[in-house]
Ligand binder design. Structure first.
Ligand SMILES: [Zn+2]
Length: 468
């Protein structure tokens, strides 16, 4: 399978994942995971594991899923899926980097295409359906693992398992990449310990990662031997304040029932809370604030955020997360000024940009909307695949009284998630708007961009159809 073919397959799978109600673009969690992912990619480049060809052709994109289960999976074409359940249990960045580094190595070592070409009879569409079915099956372990696709009965779990040799290679290469990236190799060992404990509890249902990555004594021994060669390597890496809050965020957002949210909300009121170290207290308060927001218990959320404030002063990263949380809470309670005051100039970070956009649009005003649109426009020029940013840009242009630009941004949001027919609908609506005349017709630059993009996307749509 060529890199190009694998990428097209990956795009097809990503397109379905973007549509899945479980897909989540939480800017704070996305930025955190992507930060680690990019560090690993950089290290893989330096080590020559990631070839310039792969670098150029693959997507290198992380997609988050709201699921509470512990799982992460490499997908064809350089995509990487991560469930919030994994983020919720890793005690530090190094543990998360060990899993992502292992998965990244499945991609760079071309394990996916090697696995696929075992059965060259399968069409890309069938393979895409197979992978999506395997993902769905991993979410509900009781679901039948045999699935009928295109008239063929396929045993999903067995088809998508990497071989033992591939797993060994992903461990070895992943360890090299993550330590080169500056992460502590001890994260690999403690992550294995964590997975081993989970498998001893025989509760693999919550850990689909264990089913696709069975822990053999050989894998564990290999890793311990590798780590023992490093001086001063025995100490477990502590949980930083920032990481503790990220774990709490993943837990709160993935909590899918009210009972769990109530438990999180009540945690800082329990007797055990006072005995906890400050990092754990901060974690409980951040989680309680988010749980209270989901329960729409605004007073409780406010209390938790206020109690959190003195605990995060020692860490600029944790303080930033607390401030973003205050802006979120204020926005939810009809006080958009806090979010609106977030920076949006050069060097802006994505969570500030997107939350700030919501604040400024909620405040209203055409000039404000226009400035916001300009900031977002600059962002999408650098990040054209950021569908969420395109979506907000569409609203910002609408609020600034430029509906033609709004329509085009909405079309681009669909393109970013590979929904070319959805994009064509919007491009055609935009062309109609120009034909009707008025102010839209006067925007000549935008009108000609729309014509050019309509032709490009029409050809992408034909290509997509031809693959079926
Ligand atoms: Zn693996």
């Amino acid at each position: 399978m060529t890199l190009g073919a694998e990428r097209r397959l990956g795009d097809q799978i990503a397109r379905e994942l973007y549509r899945d109600p479980d897909y989540l673009d939480d800017p704070v969690l996305q930025e955190y995971v992507e930060g680690i992912w990019q560090q690993l990619i950089q290290a893989a480049r330096q080590r020559g594991e990631l070839t310039p060809d792969q670098d150029e052709r693959f997507a290198w994109q992380v997609l988050l899923g709201k699921d509470r289960q512990v799982n992460a999976f490499a997908l064809p074409g350089g995509y990487m899926g991560v469930y919030l359940g994994l983020i919720a249990i890793v005690a530090n960045r190094d543990e998360l980097a060990s899993v992502l580094g292992h998965e990244l190595s499945h991609i760079t070592q071309r394990h996916i295409s090697r696995m696929m070409s075992k059965d060259s009879q399968q069409t890309p569409l069938l393979v895409a359906a197979l992978i999506l079915a395997a993902l769905a099956a991993s979410k509900s372990p009781d679901a039948a693992s045999a699935l009928v696709v295109g008239g063929q009965a396929l045993t999903v779990q067995n088809q998508l398992k990497f071989s033992r040799d591939m797993e060994r290679e992903a461990d070895r290469v992943g360890y090299g990449v993550m330590t080169q990236a500056g992460f502590d190799g001890q994260g690999f060992v403690t992550m294995f310990d964590k997975l081993q404990q989970a498998s001893r509890l025989n509760d693999n249902g919550a850990y689909p990662y264990l089913r696709s990555h069975p822990l053999t004594t050989e894998r564990i021994a290999d890793m311990q031997a590798r780590q023992e060669l490093r001086p001063g390597s025995k100490l477990a890496v502590p949980t930083t304040l920032e990481h503790a809050l990220i774990m709490a965020r993943a837990r709160a957002i993935s909590a899918d029932n009210i009972e769990l949210q109530r438990q999180r909300q009540a945690e800082p009121d329990g007797a055990a809370f006072r005995q906890q170290p400050p990092v754990r207290q901060a974690q409980a308060l951040y989680g309680a604030a988010l749980a209270s927001m989901q329960l729409r218990d605004w007073q409780k959320a406010r209390d938790a955020v206020n109690r959190l404030q003195p605990l995060v002063q020692s860490s600029p990263e944790a303080l930033r997360l607390q401030r973003l949380l205050v802006a979120e809470l204020d926005l939810a309670t009809g006080k958009p000024a806090t979010a609106a005051a977030l920076p949006m100039g050069a060097g802006v970070r994505r969570p500030e940009l997107l939350l700030g956009t919501q604040g400024r649009l909620a405040l209203g005003g055409v000039d404000q909307a226009e400035q916001t649109a300009e900031a977002l426009q600059t962002w999408v020029t650098v990040h054209p695949h950021d569908g969420t940013a395109w979506q907000w840009l569409s609203r910002a242009w609408g609020a600034a009284g430029k509906p033609l630009r709004g329509l085009r941004a909405e079309a681009e949001a669909q393109v970013a998630h590979f929904d070319y027919s959805g994009a064509m609908d919007r491009f055609k609506a935009a062309q109609d708007m120009v034909r009707r005349g008025g102010s839209a017709a006067a925007d000549h630059v935008e009108a000609s961009i729309i014509d050019a993009r309509t032709r490009e996307v029409a050809s992408l749509l034909r290509e997509q159809a031809a693959q079926r």
